[in-house]
Structure formats: C-alpha cells, structure tokens
Design a protein around this ligand. Structure first.
Ligand code: NAD
Length: 265
C-alpha cells in the first residue's frame, strides 16, 4: 500500500514518513510541504537520514494524492480543508490528525467523506481511544453528582487549547450523560466565576517544555474522586495509530470514521 504524507516536514510528518517506511506492506509514496518550504525538491529518505527514495518533496498535493493509495495529514486546518477536497475528487483514503478544526471545517470534511473513506481523530493513540471509551462509560455510571474536569498538558509549541483530545474526552463524557458538550462546557476559568453549576464539564490547560500529551479526566463527588489518566511519552504512538487507520480505511467504503471505528471500540 502506497502512503503519502502531506506536511511531511513537520514534527509529526517526519515521524509518519519513518513509520510508513518501517511498516511491512507499506511504501512511502512521497511527501508534500508548503510552497515556500525549503524542503521542496529534497528527497524524503535523505531528510530522515535514510537511503534516498528517488522522489522529491512536492508543493503539489494533488500529484501526491494521484501517486498514493492513502494520504495522512497532520498539518493545519486550512491545509486539511484543501486536502479533504483532493480526497473527495480522487476517492483516495485520507487520515486526518490535524486539530483546531472549526465546526464549519468539520462540516466540509464530513461532506468530502461522502466520496472517500476519511478517518479523523483528535488523537491516534490506542491508549487514548481506550480512555475515551472508559470516560463515556464512567460518566454514564457516575451521573452528575460527580463534577467532571478535564486537565491536559502539552509542549510549549502547541497553538490550540484545549487540545483536540481534551475536547474529545469532553464529548465522550457528555455523551455518557446524554447531553451536548457545548451546552455544558466551561473551557477556562478566571476571576469571579461563581459556584460551579451542576452538570458543567470543565477544562484546564497547561503548556510547557516538551510534554508529548497528558490527559486526565477527574470525576469529583462529595467524599471521593475518580481520575482516569493517559500519558504519551513518544509521538510515535500517534504515527503508529495513523498508519493503522490508513490500512483499515483502505478496506472501507466512503464515510467519516473515527479511531474508535478502526479499533472496534
Ligand atoms: P508542525 O507545525 O511541526 O507540522 C505541520 C507541518 O504542516 C509543517 O511542516 C507545515 O509546513 C506543514 N504545512 C502547513 N500547511 C501546509 C500545506 N498547505 N501543504 C503542505 N504542508 C503544510 O506541527 P505538528 O506538531 O506536526 O502537528 C500538526 C498537527 O497535528 C497539529 O494540528 C497537531 O495538533 C496535530 N496532532 C495530532 C495528533 C493526533 O493524534 N491526532 C498528534 C499530534 C499532533
């Protein structure tokens, strides 16, 4: 299976190219970058300190889709929208890890998924997806006597907050309580906030250093507290999950899938 990596020069892009080359049954079709990137024209193999692949990193994402069976995208919301359009035109598998997408962006991706298999997940780690399932179940069992707060920490370069995974955990908790997250969320607290309303789902964001991604869901009641925590220590878990998603999606009809579909959770 030939897999292309858009945004191949990024932190995740490089890791994804490495993972594709390491995975049996997969070959790297190539990579794309922004037109103003100084990586355009470079060989992805050389970029990773491996033997040359004989292809050049391109600014033409359309050409990369044409050369690939599946494309993996960990870039920016604007770039991901353009890539979703290319997936719809070509019918090729698209795996989206980009976070910070707006509701309108998600609607456009959903429309593209009518014409191509698209897997989108705020977090491709298997452990986090188990945490999502456990959070939904715990929220359903504990009910709203338990206050839910989601605490996340990421490296200092992260530009969006709360993290896509934290919001995903919020959605899982809200779904366990059969409510819509945007009716009950509080994304940050500052100043005179008043007492906490019953049923609120809160978020707290920490940023610093090189933290790959820590997420905790805290259920706090009078007399006890339940905490579910996941800590990623290497970004390789996201790359492994994304490649697994690409291989799974190649066997699926067009549609919008999540990592929970891929893992059968
Ligand atoms: P990064 O800034 O290191 O990499 C992004 C890359 O995309 C850059 O190299 C940039 O030049 C490239 N890019 C931007 N626009 C482009 C375009 N039009 N065409 C081609 N390339 C383009 O960022 P990162 O840390 O690798 O993260 C990227 C995204 O993935 C972020 O949204 C991050 O939150 C998300 N992420 C998701 C997961 C997950 O499991 N879902 C895990 C880690 C990171």
């Amino acid at each position: 299976m030939k897999i292309g990596i858009v945004g191949c020069g990024g932190r995740m892009g490089r890791m994804l190219m490495d993972e594709v080359m390491e995975t049996e049954g997969c070959a790297l079709a190539g990579g794309s970058e922004r037109p103003d990137s100084d990586l355009i024209g470079r060989d992805p193999g050389e970029l990773l300190g491996r033997r040359p692949l004989g292809v050049a990193i391109t600014a033409d994402a359309g050409a990369l889709f044409a050369a690939s069976d599946a494309v993996i995208d960990f870039t920016t919301p604007a770039a991901t929208l353009a890539h979703a359009d290319l997936a719809a035109r070509s019918g090729k598998v698209l795996v989206i890890g980009t976070t910070g997408l707006s509701k309108d962006d998600e609607a456009a991706i959903s429309a593209a998924a009518c014409r191509a298999p698209v897997v989108m997940a705020p977090n491709f780690s298997v452990g986090v997806n188990l945490l999502l399932a456990l959070t939904e179940r715990a929220a359903a069992i504990l009910g709203d006597d338990y206050d839910i707060d989601i605490v996340e920490m990421h490296h200092r370069h992260k530009v969006d907050a709360p993290s896509g995974t934290a919001l995903g955990l919020g959605r899982a908790a809200a779904s366990g309580r059969a409510v819509a997250l945007d009716q009950v969320w509080r994304k940050s607290r500052d100043g005179h906030t008043g007492a906490r309303p019953r049923g609120e789902i809160g978020f707290a964001t920490l940023r610093g250093g090189d933290v790959v991604g820590d997420h905790s869901v805290i259920f706090a009641a009078e007399g006890e507290r339940v905490e579910l925590t996941h800590k990623a220590s290497s970004r390789v878990v996201f790359a492994k999950g994304a490649v697994r998603a690409a291989r799974w999606a190649a066997t699926q009809p067009p549609g919008l899938y999540t990592m929970r579909d891929v893992l059968g959770l």
